[in-house]
Design a binder for this molecule. Sequence first.
Ligand code: P6P
Length: 336
Amino acid sequence: MTINRRILTLDEFTIQQLRQFPSATGELSSLLRDIGLAAKRINVEVNKAGLVDILGDTGSINVQGEDVKKLDIYANNQFMGVLKHGISCAGVGSEELDDLVVFDDEVSNNSKYVVLFDPLDGSSNIDVNISIGTIFGVYRRVSELGKPCTEEDFLQPGVRQVAAGYVVYGSSTMLVYATRRGVNGFTLDPAIGEFCLSHPDIKCPPSGKLYSVNHGNFFQYEEGLRNYINACQRKDKTNGGPYSQRYVGSMVADVHRNLIKGGIFLYPGTIDKPGGKLRLMYECNPFAFMLEVAGGKATDGKQRILDIQPTELHQRTPLFIGSKNMMEELETYFKP
Ligand code: P6P
């Protein structure tokens, strides 16, 4: 008799995790389920975005007769909606919004968490059908419960995240999230409309054969980094063979691939932009948290990403992230 392997849905998994901590309030589990709901709604629109673009050209309306909203604004509104109307979030910071949003209602003011997110990273790729993604990080508030959340709740170093994750809208749609207990991946099953546990306890291979960088900026990188990138191509059989360069130009797709297969992703500072391009709070910190839980590393070239004390919501940072051994090899190329 074949026994069906029972595949846990995201909701079943978060409740199972909750049951292991009877004293837990369930707020974090509820927040993760809310994020999963928003991701499902965004997935529907992402999957037909090409079609909507065509329809949009005939009068900027979609099939339901609504104004075609810019997809990343749509995604932002979906996350704002589920988080504001849930029971777990006191406020948010979003890549799409200049300022923090404090929900300031009685339930939200008594909620333990705040969330920072990039609702749809890489959305410029969607019209050429390249994978894009959502990135989020969750912090426990440091301000007094019962009152509106404050800026200090958000400007915490990434090491203080209690959870972080991403959704990759690709050949399939996956939600991957980490708590300190581990990194788990859930693939959306369209037949039942649920994220199902497909990648339990993800570990980043300590070594890999992939390096991801925008070669177009090569001559703007510091010398040590240029030497490392050259070394990635000069490897021979005696030192592990040359790496393969894989760069989609969509952070979620690139880092997800390297997390699963092993690899290193580089978004360095350049002469023109020494602070780099990627945002600390809702792009680099969430991925740095996940990679460290999975056994990888993430730095800005000098210090651990998770140790950076933020000073503003949208600040940028150089980012080097991936397999532990590859990161340690890279570090030998940086001047002390
Ligand atoms: P570049 C997408 O616009 C993004 O923010 C990340 O998803 C991606 O890793 C990076 O920019 C790509 O930047 O300068 O290489 O095109």
